[in-house]
Write a protein that binds this ligand. Structure first.
Ligand SMILES: Cc1cc2nc3c(=O)[nH]c(=O)nc-3n(C[C@H](O)[C@H](O)[C@H](O)COP(=O)(O)OP(=O)(O)OC[C@H]3O[C@@H](n4cnc5c(N)ncnc54)[C@H](O)[C@@H]3O)c2cc1C
Length: 454
């Protein structure tokens, strides 16, 4: 089928206003704010129903054209820029909040619902409930973020966002709709089990297994008061112990630590967020934290009042700080890292930043009471300068390798990072993955080029 025929078919499926093959419309879909080079896109479609997505997938199978699902397109690692061209399915219009179950505490949403929209909806209608959101711009989607193993301000207590998924509705690569989790047996989207858990197949697979159309995500009770208690530490080796002590007390909502060349050069800045239902409650938690900081040979730091709100904002201020170089480019290597490897990760990632002449900038978050740390090292660059972008890419790749050398795993890896992971992967895992993918997607239409295991 030639291009104009595919366009005509897509127009028939979603309507003329919601498909385009025009260069000016495709421009933003061919790149993202990260360091990946732009790649060509053939079409963009904006479906509004599950049936429309099914028809797009059937058409893609017929003409063997790749499809790439996209939420906010904000991973920074180029995950929604097609690798082999094709159709980008922009989920923006599928933005209905279908149900809030206050008792079993979950939200059932369409896949295009953004973190900003769900947060605002809960604040307005269910002020006692909250959803964990990433520190990404609020146009990131709840579904894509959970599907990439994302994390946010409640992840210290409750784990990665992927763990918070109760159920999914997906369009499979053959165009069939499938429900996963308790919703495939019950009217309630309250649990993943107790049946074989297939939801994991769709997490961190970057749209290669199907397109999620609905998701149920866990909600959590919200306390009235929130506070942040900051400690300053002079050496990375102090960090595992202090985190281990804090998580042992069970009082922290969120724990974030940062290294930068700014105000606290040479120090590690650790912020523990606490919540409670009275000032007294908060006061006693602050005392415990001050004691832990002191014992770990750190210093408690009182945050100037003007800065306090800045810290307590959700998403945290990272978005406004990302473009420090004022060149419009920002990407980071995020990783899942064992807590005991954090000191080495901090020191070696600083060395890499300096080697490439980029100011060290690391912001990391403790996940699941210390079971894992989301360690991240950022690189900003000037998008208008190809050499500066190339330099950032090299720094990112070297940091990718560092993560793997330390026993961590690169999170939402860009193409190079995916290749590094695959090189280290156990052959039996590769074989199983290949078998499942080939069975689900024999025509290789689902975001091909990602997780290319040969
Ligand atoms: C300043 C900044 C701070 C950030 N901080 C955080 C943070 O604290 N925590 C965090 O987790 N992330 C963070 N991020 C990374 C990223 O922005 C988020 O993870 C974001 O939520 C990704 O969501 P998205 O809608 O943009 O996903 P997209 O980029 O649109 O998609 C991500 C992946 O999911 C696939 N996908 C999208 N929709 C579907 C679907 N319906 N079905 C199947 N597959 C699909 C895509 O093909 C792609 O592979 C940050 C980013 C920035 C720029």
């Amino acid at each position: 089928m030639i291009r104009s025929e595919i366009l005509a078919h897509l127009e028939k499926i979603v309507g003329k206003d919601f498909v385009s093959d025009k260069t000016e419309d495709l421009f933003i879909y061919s790149q993202d704010p990260g360091a990946s080079l732009p790649r060509p896109v053939d079409f963009v479609v904006l479906p509004i129903t599950v049936e429309e997505i099914q028809n797009i997938v059937r058409l893609a199978n017929e003409v063997k054209i790749p499809i790439v699902p996209m939420g906010g397109g904000l991973t920074l690692s180029g995950l929604t820029i097609p690798i082999k061209g094709g159709i980008v399915i922009d989920m923006k219009r599928m933005d209905k909040i279908l149900e809030i179950n206050e008792i079993s505490r979950y939200a059932l949403i369409e896949a295009g619902v953004t973190t900003g929209r769900l947060t605002a909806y809960l604040e307005n209608h269910y002020p006692d409930l909250q959803v964990s959101i990433p520190d990404a711009p609020p146009s990131a989607t709840v579904t894509a973020n959970a599907l990439i193993h994302g994390s946010g301000f409640l992840s210290q207590m409750y784990g990665n966002h992927g763990d918070m998924i109760n159920g999914l509705e997906v369009v499979l690569p053959n165009g069939e709709v499938c429900k996963l989790g308790s919703c495939c047996v019950s009217d309630y989207w309250f649990s993943r089990g107790p049946i074989p858990d297939l939801i994991g197949l769709f997490i961190s697979s970057f749209g290669t297994m199907g397109i999620a159309t609905k998701m149920a995500i866990k909600l959590y009770p919200k306390d009235n008061v929130r506070e942040v208690v900051v400690g300053i530490f002079s050496a990375p080796k102090m960090i595992p112990e202090v985190i281990s002590k804090i998580t042992h007390t069970d009082i922290a909502e969120d724990i974030v630590f940062a290294v930068s060349e700014g105000l606290f050069k040479g120090y590690i800045f650790l912020a523990t967020f606490i919540t409670g239902n009275s000032e007294e409650d908060i006061g006693s938690k602050i005392k415990i934290l001050k004691r832990i900081y002191r014992k770990a040979k750190g210093n408690y730091m009182k945050i100037p009042e003007g800065f306090r709100n800045y810290f307590l904002e959700k998403p945290i201020f990272i978005s406004s700080e990302a473009d420090v170089r004022k060149g419009g480019g920002f990407e980071y290597v995020g990783s899942f890292m064992p807590l005991e490897k954090i000191p080495e990760a901090i020191e070696k990632a600083i060395e890499i930043s300096r080697k490439y002449g980029i100011s060290p900038s690391q912001v990391s978050r403790v996940i699941g009471k210390g079971h894992n740390v989301m360690f991240a090292s950022s690189f900003s660059f000037n998008r208008a300068d190809p050499n500066d972008m190339e330099n950032a890419r090299n720094a990112l790749h070297e940091t990718d390798k560092l993560v793997l050398d330390l026993g961590g795993i690169i999170w939402k890896p860009e193409l190079a990072g995916q290749k590094f992971i695959i090189e280290k992967m156990d052959p039996s895992y590769k074989k199983l993955y290949k078998t499942i993918r080939s069975a689900l997607d024999p025509n290789r239409i689902m975001n091909p080029g990602n997780w290319e295991i040969t």
